[in-house]
Each structure stands twice: as structure tokens, then as C-alpha cells.
Design a protein around this ligand. Structure first.
Ligand SMILES: Nc1ncnc2c1ncn2[C@@H]1O[C@H](COP(=O)(O)OP(=O)(O)OP(=O)(O)O)[C@@H](O)[C@H]1O
Ligand SMILES: [Mg+2]
Length: 262
């Protein structure tokens, strides 16, 4: 586990407030994700976890508060600009293209990094070819990393759920993110699939050096792989700390024993 007060923050949100009409989804929520750490966001259904992740990646615009990436204020940046800066994202559910192969899905992740537009592509054949070769090599590296060699040419719609989610992760990694934001990547997985994905998430932190922000309901997984945990309840942060610290926090115990956690 990586503790350490000397770690730099990579992705920070301060005092985010977000309303949808009468619903107060976030009330002055702050989170500080540090380099080299897996930071879990937990809380009951409807607590505001996805809303928080959407504010980090720019899909939701909070009414107040700020978001910083590596110290730079990115609050006004659109999602694709944040993605280009290095904020990678996977969503609740499946985001892959079912009729494409695993490799094609991963290649589709490079799209927003393509330096050459259509006009450029017509003029600079050489550049396009070398870009394609580079992306092809990187896609192969991701396939190796995620142990998807056997599924490389399989149509994603035919794959079991756990492998489809792994392809989805490969697509996010294609962006070469500086931080990866994942919303319930293990929902609906078998225990074995969860174990595999937990191992890959640890590898993403260790081998690739990419910090991860992760919403997860499975407390066993959260306790096993997280360096820090932020607990959200009714749009508010009720606790933040190491897994050991939050698990004995009376507000967290009360929220969870209240029986409103999935
Ligand atoms: N686009 C939206 N429009 C209206 N209300 C929304 C929207 N997104 C979220 N909400 C509301 O904000 C609150 C927080 O929702 P959010 O999806 O962030 O919760 P969550 O913690 O991710 O829940 P779950 O564990 O079920 O995924 C809920 O009351 C939800 O209905
Ligand atoms: Mg959610």
C-alpha cells in the first residue's frame, strides 16, 4: 500500500456542489487523488459517486467548486479536453462496440490522440502511416498487458462480461492516461472476474504508474486494493482516509449498518 504525505496530488476537486433541480447531488465535496495511489469512492446508491466522477472528467459541470489536474485549474474544460490532458475514464455498464473485435475496440481508444485530421491525412500519407503503426504497436502492448492475446480477434459482443469490461479498460488505457477514473468496473462480475480485474488495477498503479479513482461497492475489494477511501452519503463526504481508518469511522459504520448500501 502506498501512503505518504510526500506524494503530489494528481487530480483534486474542492467544494463541489451540484444540483439537479431539487436534488442536491453533491454538497461541498472535496477529493484529493495522489500520484501512485488507488483512491476508492464508496457510498450507498444515489449518494453522488457517479456525479463526483462526472465532475472530475467534465461530463457534469458543478454549480460551484473547482477541479484541478496536476495543479492546473481545469474546471471550465470540456470532457474531451480533459481526456486529452490525460484523464482516462470508464463508465458504469459496458461502453465497447459489440460488433468490433477486441483489438479494434482498443484501437478506437486512440482516436482522440490522432494528431492528423482528414485533410492532414490526405496530404501527409507518411505521417498517417507512421501514426497507425505506432498505435498498432501500442494496442498490442495493451493486449499483452491485459492478457487478451486469445481474444484479440474475437468479436466483443460474443465475449463474457468480464472480458468485455477488460476490453473497455484497454480502450481507456489507449489514451495513455495520467490518471484513470473508473465507475463500478466490477459491477455484475463473478468473484473470479473481480479478482482478475483487481489484479489489473493494481498492475496499472504498479507497472504503469497510473493512479486510479474507483467507485466500487464490493467492500472486500475496496479494503484489499485501495490506498485511500472517500465515503460519500447523501451528496456529502462523511469520511476520508485509509481503508483501516474509514472502516472504523462511526459515521461510515452508521451509514452502512443503516442497510442502505447495495
Ligand atoms: N443527469 C442527472 N439528472 C438528474 N438527476 C441526476 C443526474 N445524475 C444524477 N442525478 C441524481 O443525483 C443523485 C446522485 O446520483 P449518482 O448517480 O451520482 O449516485 P451514485 O452514488 O453513483 O449511485 P449508484 O450507486 O446507484 O450508481 C441521485 O439522486 C440521482 O438521481
Ligand atoms: Mg453511480
Amino acid at each position: 500500500m502506498s501512503q505518504g504525505a510526500d506524494r503530489q496530488p494528481v487530480l483534486e476537486a474542492d467544494a463541489l456542489s451540484l444540483r439537479f433541480g431539487a436534488v442536491h447531488a453533491l454538497r461541498s465535496v472535496s477529493i484529493h487523488v495522489l500520484e501512485g495511489q488507488i483512491h476508492a469512492v464508496i457510498g450507498p446508491n444515489g449518494a453522488g459517486k457517479s456525479s463526483l466522477l462526472n465532475c472530475l472528467s467534465g461530463f457534469y459541470r458543478p454549480q460551484s467548486g473547482s477541479v484541478r489536474f496536476r495543479g492546473k485549474d481545469i474546471s471550465i474544460l470540456a470532457p474531451h479536453h480533459r481526456a486529452a490532458l490525460g484523464i482516462g475514464r470508464t463508465f458504469q455498464g459496458i461502453q465497447t462496440y459489440p460488433s468490433m473485435t477486441a483489438r479494434e475496440n482498443i484501437l478506437s481508444g486512440f482516436h482522440c490522440r490522432m494528431a492528423t485530421g482528414i485533410l492532414g491525412a490526405l496530404i501527409y500519407w507518411g505521417r498517417v502511416r507512421s501514426e497507425e503503426e505506432t498505435f498498432s504497436e501500442r494496442a498490442e502492448a495493451i493486449i499483452d498487458f491485459l492478457e487478451l492475446e486469445e481474444q484479440r480477434h474475437a468479436v466483443v459482443g460474443d465475449l463474457p462480461y468480464g472480458l468485455r469490461k477488460r476490453v473497455d479498460l484497454g480502450r481507456a488505457l489507449a489514451l495513455e492516461p495520467k490518471v484513470l477514473v473508473m465507475d463500478e468496473p466490477m459491477a455484475g462480475m463473478s468473484t473470479e472476474e473481480k479478482g482478475d480485474l483487481a489484479r489489473f488495477i493494481l498492475d496499472i498503479r504498479e507497472a504503469l504508474g497510473i493512479p486510479v479513482v474507483l467507485v466500487e461497492h464490493d467492500m472486500e475489494v475496496v479494503m484489499a486494493i485501495s490506498d485511500r477511501v472517500t465515503v460519500v452519503d447523501f451528496g456529502e463526504v462523511i469520511a476520508s482516509g485509509t481503508p483501516a481508518e474509514v472502516s472504523i469511522n462511526p459515521r461510515v459504520v452508521a451509514a452502512y449498518l443503516g442497510g442502505n448500501v447495495a
